[in-house]
Design a protein. Structure first.
Length: 299
């Protein structure tokens, strides 16, 4: 684990990032191998744009930002939440390989080494189908990844837990902001005891359309592959599929979705997608895919 000073420097540099997505900052921190080194103007990147970005954000870090960040890390620890940055060995390996990895994650609960054997279950309407998929995956020993924003998401987590499995809930807002889990507070507590709540935002950030969209990066990044139950064009499911395919993650979709939604067929025409005929086939195909994939976990 990195020192609290390194973690504080990651937070300070991210806070200073205003004109580019945060994954630009994550990349230059990784290139430097140290956020403190970046603050000392030691940028290791050979890319001119990355060097310019490093110079810009380091100039924006104020004298009190490191102290603010250390206090934040300490306060969150006292609340049972720990910070994992791209410099930490505990940063999830599946997400580390994504080009748009986020600089830090706040975690309540724990992410374990075997959680890289995971499938994200995504859907919009059919909670029964989603729950059946989660149950089958959990029974096969696969960790289930899902958002925690809807009744369908809650059904996914509950079904996996009832089957004795683990789930990772990706939050669309700050981990300390009550509006992030809203009516699913009791479910969030259960998940923290049988998996982890994961947020890539400032702890007090309220959910917005922008954070909901950005949370897909983490959902797709944490999972080895996706299973998509249903969804309309332009909806949440379509957004997750697009994000997954962009980052090289394989996507399984229900046969019904593939047949009834032209957007799914179009997305699948680019490759990287398989339509699954029934729930019994899902864990078999997912396990085969996961076991053929070289280990990407960094633990």
């Amino acid at each position: 684990m990195t020192t609290i000073d390194e973690q504080a420097a990651v937070l300070a540099l991210t806070k200073a990032t205003r004109d580019k997505p945060w994954f630009y900052t994550a990349r230059i921190i990784l290139d430097a191998g140290s956020a403190l080194a970046l603050l000392d103007r030691r940028c290791a990147s050979r890319d001119a744009d990355d060097r310019a970005h490093a110079a810009d954000i380091t100039a924006q870090v104020l004298p009190g930002d490191l102290a603010w960040a250390r206090d934040l890390v300490t306060a969150m620890r006292d609340d049972g939440v720990h910070l994992v940055t791209v410099l930490d060995d505990a940063y999830p390996g599946n997400l580390m390989w994504a080009y748009d990895r986020q600089p830090f994650l706040w975690i309540r609960g724990d992410i374990r080494p075997n959680d890289h054997r995971s499938v994200a279950v995504i859907g919009e309407v059919d909670s029964g189908h989603a729950a059946s998929a989660a149950r089958a995956l959990a029974q096969a020993g696969i960790t289930v990844v899902a958002p925690l924003r809807s009744a369908l998401d809650a059904a996914v987590h509950q079904a996996a837990h009832d089957a004795g499995g683990r789930t990772l809930a990706v939050l669309s807002g700050g981990i300390a902001e009550p509006a992030t889990v809203d009516e699913y507070a009791s479910m969030a507590e259960q998940i923290a005891n049988c998996g982890a709540l994961v947020s890539a935002f400032w702890p007090d950030a309220a959910p917005t359309d922008r954070t909901v969209a950005l949370s897909r990066i983490v959902t797709c990044g944490l999972a080895d592959c996706l299973y998509v139950v249903d969804g309309a064009a332009g909806g949440s499911s379509a957004g997750h599929v697009e994000q997954a395919l962009q980052t090289g993650k394989y996507v399984f979709v229900s046969q019904r979705l593939h047949q009834e939604q032209p957007w799914a067929a179009r997305a699948g025409s680019r490759g990287g997608m398989t339509a699954v005929q029934d729930i019994d086939e899902l864990p078999k195909q997912a396990v085969n895919l996961i076991d053929m994939t070289p280990g990407t976990n960094t633990y």
